[in-house]
Design a protein around this ligand. Structure first.
Ligand code: ZN
Length: 290
């Protein structure tokens, strides 16, 4: 609920929230926006998401605030790429809890990093992700919220950093309930140099070739502290990082991305002059898009 008020105050058009504490495993007691008493310990996480009246209040508030395309970001602990059976099951349970809650809140989507293969192989990791997402689709049966697989910076053994891997996942999962969220910071860090016309074109071509472009339904709009190909995921304020003004201008005006909902994931707080960073980043983006 605080997120909605904040978005209204800033003049946002869309919003990304968390439906559970981002750096903890979701449990019944920790779901957002409602905190309910925990269920008995023997209950499985998967069943922890019961209908509640507060969801409808949230939906109503969202409508009143005229915020379009609300999405959530899943907890960072989920790793469906894991070859460790217990870890994989825990990740599936958590995904199901968060996806169900996102669906109850009538969000457009739930963003998830595909996962990492840790000490196995990329192929095994991708197979594990396919198996996990397929199982989650069956359990959740979403009516509103799609699962949005986010491209990663490709740090460590993280999967889903290129069009080929994302395309493979989409094809193998084969569900209309699964789409893509494209993060500009991760794209640059993973090696897509879209800061020039020709670079942008080759990124779009590659995304198209692998069937990813048409599945992109949300954009995480962040500048990057680290340069192209660094494989380091560090978000920077708009225009102050390695993507820079020209890079964003090209990106914002490119046909496939224009009109998609964009979400800032830059650092909060105020600059040296006391100006709110969110406000400043929004203004910068709007001036670039003109
Ligand atoms: Zn992101």
């Amino acid at each position: 609920m605080q997120g909605i008020a904040r978005a209204e105050e800033l003049g946002c058009q869309c919003i990304q929230i968390f439906v559970s504490t981002p750096r903890a495993w979701p449990s019944y007691a920790k779901l957002i926006p409602l905190n309910k008493p925990a269920k008995p310990a023997e209950s499985k996480n998967c069943e922890d998401n019961l209908p509640d009246e507060d969801c409808s209040l949230f939906v109503q508030k969202l409508k009143e605030a005229k915020l379009e395309a609300p999405i959530a970001h899943s907890t960072y602990l989920i790793n469906l790429g894991s070859s460790d059976a217990a870890q994989w099951q825990k990740s599936l349970d958590a995904l199901v809890v968060e996806w169900r809650r996102s669906d109850q809140l009538q969000l457009n989507g739930l963003v998830m990093h595909p996962g990492s293969f840790t000490n196995a192989t990329p192929e095994a990791g991708l197979e594990n992700i396919v198996r996990g997402v397929k199982a989650a689709v069956k359990l959740v049966k979403p009516k509103f919220a799609k699962l949005l697989l986010e491209n990663t910076a490709g740090q460590g053994s993280c999967l889903g950093w290129n069009a080929e891997q994302l395309g493979y996942l989409l094809k193998e999962i084969g569900s209309s309930h699964v789409a893509v969220c494209w993060d500009t910071c991760h794209a640059l860090a993973s090696g897509y140099d879209f800061r020039t016309k020709s670079g942008l074109k080759s990124m779009l071509d590659e995304l198209d070739q692998h069937g990813v472009l048409e599945k992109i339904e949300a954009i995480h709009i962040n500048d990057s502290v680290k340069d192209c190909g660094s494989r380091v995921d560090r978000h920077e304020h708009i225009g102050l990082g390695c993507i820079g003004e020209e890079g964003f201008k090209l990106f914002l005006k490119s046909k496939p991305f224009k009109g998609l909902p964009m979400y800032l994931e830059t650092e909060k707080g105020v600059d040296d002059e006391g100006v709110d960073w969110d406000l400043k980043n929004l203004q910068t983006l709007r001036s670039y898009a003109e």
